[in-house]
Design a protein around this ligand. Structure first.
Ligand code: NDP
Ligand code: 2IT
Length: 449
């Protein structure tokens, strides 16, 4: 390994020994940009890598709220403002009991690269809380969001830092967050949050953007390898925002989506997933995926018993992990390959472990890497920000065309980097390299900051 990269990684491990996800994300990037670092020994003198992997700012704060039983509960809030190099800090908020500093730092770090790939002027950030929205009443969600924003509002703004949704944060939560922001600031500042409702400043296609974008990228990657989505079997982990719209676009392209899942288990419906029903269960009722069987008793349900998700045991051509990090382990990757998988589309952030990715690449499985393939969501967040600045609304068709163009461009960017550095089908390394080239250029231009 390049000596400078090795030194930086060793230093990082010493300082962040308990932050395994953050270490994993940085290691993936630094090991894949080796050919560039080999050609730029001068980066060591300006500590370019050390500056790139150190967040500009980490904010943690107390979030107290009163639950419906009158009990006060205290959670921890985070905002990691990782990089403002190419635009205001930008990235989602995650509400999930597993949230900790390591997870928010890995997500913030990846966001810098993803946002650079969109070609739009947005920096990188992530935030959230260890609050679990599952099973909470609407009132509890509102009080929690108001308390969270009462502190977060000090640090954000349309030209400073623009949060959006992620796991556990959708349109409902963004609405409560925005309402409280507006009340405290006494200003209508639409561009301070994205993923807003359509009635008060949101953009058409933002809801669909990550899932649709994933399938646009997959379509391009398959086309360059003489394949299409039509007639392919698809399995999708997760049944949330990304998974639902990845399913919709896959079905529109003639694929047969046979499985979807949540954290309790997955359903297998060989006749093809009834997406209208999934939307009803998940978007309207906020229920569990096994409720699908009430309407389709012929479908099967496989429960998650801890460890690997049962969804990766199902035979499929294309697997779309759209739930969470490290959900495809080496063991699951081996099962998928044994069952003949041809392509993986990373809707979630870092859904494959390092060993799983290596195994896929060794077995000639195409991998659409998260930083490129799921960038459609944040790209349309940036388009929402522009509409807010212009005080204007674009049509569904215009935004969707823009999304399609952005995803095609991201694929071409990866392809060019892959050709330039002889990476073959390793689009993950190609995406990291392409983003790094842009970021390092901006860092050099802006001096030691
Ligand atoms: P949602 O909260 O809408 O949905 C998450 C889905 O994944 C749910 O079905 C949830 O099941 C499941 N899930 C979450 N955590 C786990 C877990 N630990 N184990 C198993 N299943 C889990 O989130 P999104 O769809 O917005 O996000 C999904 C992924 O996509 C995340 O990795 C996110 O970072 C990434 N992403 C999201 C973007 C966006 O625009 N929303 C943009 C780019 C990436 P359950 O309900 O049972 O918890
Ligand atoms: O991981 C992501 O890119 C997101 N959760 C979306 C971020 C955004 O600002 O729209």
């Amino acid at each position: 390994m390049n000596k400078y990269i090795k030194k930086v990684l060793n230093g990082l491990k010493e300082k962040n020994i308990n932050e395994s996800e953050y270490l994993q994300a940085v290691e993936e990037v630094l090991t894949s940009i080796e050919p560039i670092i080999d050609n730029h020994p001068e980066y060591e003198r300006t500590a370019l890598l050390e500056r790139m992997i150190e967040p500009e700012r980490i904010i943690t704060f107390r979030v107290p709220y009163v639950n419906d039983n009158g009990q006060t509960i205290v959670h921890r809030g985070y905002r990691v403002q990782f990089s403002s190099l190419i635009g205001p800090y930008k990235g989602g908020l995650r509400f999930h009991p597993s949230v900790n500093q390591s997870i928010i730092k890995f997500l913030g770090f990846e966001q810098i690269f993803k946002n650079a790939l969109t070609g739009l002027p947005i920096g990188g950030a992530k935030g959230g809380s260890d609050f679990n929205p599952k099973g909470k009443s609407d009132d509890e969600i509102m009080r929690f969001c108001q308390s969270f924003m009462t502190e977060l509002q000090r640090y954000i703004g349309a030209d400073v830092d623009v949060p959006a949704g992620d796991i556990g944060v959708g349109e409902r939560e963004i609405g409560y967050l925005f309402g409280q922001y507006k009340r405290i600031k006494n200003i209508y500042e639409g561009g301070a949050l994205t993923g807003k409702g359509l009635s008060y400043g949101g953009s058409l296609v933002r809801k669909e953007a990550t899932g649709f974008g994933l399938i646009y990228f997959m379509r391009e990657m398959l086309a360059h390898n003489n394949q299409t989505l039509e007639g392919k079997t698809v399995t999708i982990s997760g049944a949330g925002n990304v998974a639902i719209y990845a399913c919709q676009k896959s079905q529109e392209y003639g694929a047969n989506v046979v499985a979807m899942g949540d954290s309790s288990g997955c359903i297998y419906d060989k006749n093809g997933i009834d997406l209208k029903l999934i939307k009803q269960i998940k978007e309207v009722q906020r229920g569990r995926i096994f409720e699908y069987l009430k309407v389709h008793p012929e479908a099967e349900y496989f429960e998650c018993k801890g460890g690997d998700s049962p969804i990766w045991n199902i035979k499929t051509d294309i697997a779309l992990p759209c739930a969470t990090q490290n959900e495809i382990t080496l063991n699951s990757a081996m099962k998928l390959v044994k069952n003949g998988v041809i392509a993986i589309g990373e809707g979630a952030n870092m859904p494959c472990t390092k060993e799983a990715t290596e195994y896929f690449l060794k077995n000639n499985v195409l991998v659409a890497p998260a930083k490129a393939a799921n960038a459609g969501g944040v790209a349309i967040s940036a388009v929402e920000m522009s509409q807010n600045s212009m005080r204007y609304y674009m049509s569904f068709e215009d935004v969707n065309t823009k999304l399609n163009d952005i995803m095609i461009n991201i694929f071409i960017t990866c392809k060019i980097a892959s050709d330039k550095y002889n990476l073959g089908h390793n689009y993950m390394a190609a995406a990291n390299i392409a983003a790094f080239e842009k970021l390092s250029c901006a860092m050099n231009a802006q001096g030691i900051v």
